[in-house]
Design a protein around this ligand. Structure first.
Ligand code: KIV
Length: 271
């Protein structure tokens, strides 16, 4: 954010400083105004407007169907609430793969219409030209390697990636190339902890892990998963900090019962 006196507390530069100091980076997804305000108030460093919105907000099986208009809508809603964290918006599937000019157009649209601070793209050498072109326009880019959900139909499974040497070596090369290109951070998703450690030690820019063990420079989770809003998703890497599914269910059941029994509204709740 460039308005004098309104600069956000967390910048890409600050994230590099945090890595140097060994201060861990906390990142969480958010997709709407109300939760983004809570996430900000809780002291998060980075909010990711993830394309996981396709799953947790819209109920799709994969992240592929979400559109750039829908991502911009979520990003705008988040931006109305946010004061301190850096806000990164995922570039959705089909807006940057295979066509660097289209990638630049898409990134500029996201930045202009939502006013987020940066964009995130999934992949390594295959999308390097798009990454470089976007960076050349002055837009900060976060990389994303390992399990990249937009490629789920190529992988065929959400299992841990880069367990074999060839894939691990490619991931390290991709991470170094993303850093050389000018990315300010890289998400490492669902890879062995030992590999994430090697990558984190090899890079000057921070790594943010999800299912990538404790040695990354930061961690990210999908907000709905860590709040326990979604009980059907229980991967080993997920720690639940609340059970909002059960709490919400009980609250709504109590409301239904109170309406049915004419307990709500009572005299004090009426005008
Ligand atoms: O879309 C998303 O939520 C993500 C995180 C899982 C890193 O990309």
């Amino acid at each position: 954010m460039s308005v004098e006196g309104k600069q956000r507390v967390i910048t890409t530069h600050k994230l590099l400083e945090m890595k140097v100091k060994g201060e861990k980076i906390a990142m969480l997804t958010a997709y709407d105004y109300t939760f983004a305000g809570i996430v900000d108030e809780a002291g998060i460093d980075i909010i990711l407007v993830g394309d996981s919105a396709a799953n947790v907000m819209a109920g799709h099986e994969t992240t592929l169907p979400i559109t750039i208009d829908q991502m911009i809508y979520h990003a705008q809603s988040v931006m109305r609430a946010v004061k301190n964290p850096l806000v990164v918006c995922d570039m959705p599937f089909g807006t940057y793969q295979g066509n660097p000019k289209e990638a630049v157009r898409s990134a500029i649209r996201i930045m202009k219409e939502s006013e987020v601070d940066a964009v995130k793209l999934e992949g390594g050498s295959e999308i390097m030209e798009s990454v470089e072109r976007i960076l050349s326009t002055g837009i900060p880019v976060m990389g994303h390697l390992g399990l990249t959900p937009q490629s789920i139909h190529k992988f065929g499974t959400y299992a841990v990636r880069a367990k074999e040497e060839a894939e691990a070596n490619k991931l390290i090369e991709d991470a170094l190339a993303l850093e050389r290109a000018g990315c300010f951070a890289i998400v490492l998703e669902k890879i062995p902890a030992a590999l994430a450690k090697r990558v984190s030690e090899a890079l000057k820019i921070p790594t943010i892990g999800i299912g990538a063990g404790p040695h990354c420079d930061g961690q990210v989770l999908v907000m709905h998963d860590m709040l326990g809003l979604n009980n059907s998703f229980s991967p080993r890497f997920l720690r639940r900090y609340a059970n909002l599914h059960e709490e919400s269910l009980n609250a709504i059941r109590n409301y239904v019962a109170d309406v049915k029994s004419c307990d709500f509204p009572n005299e004090k709740e009426a005008y």
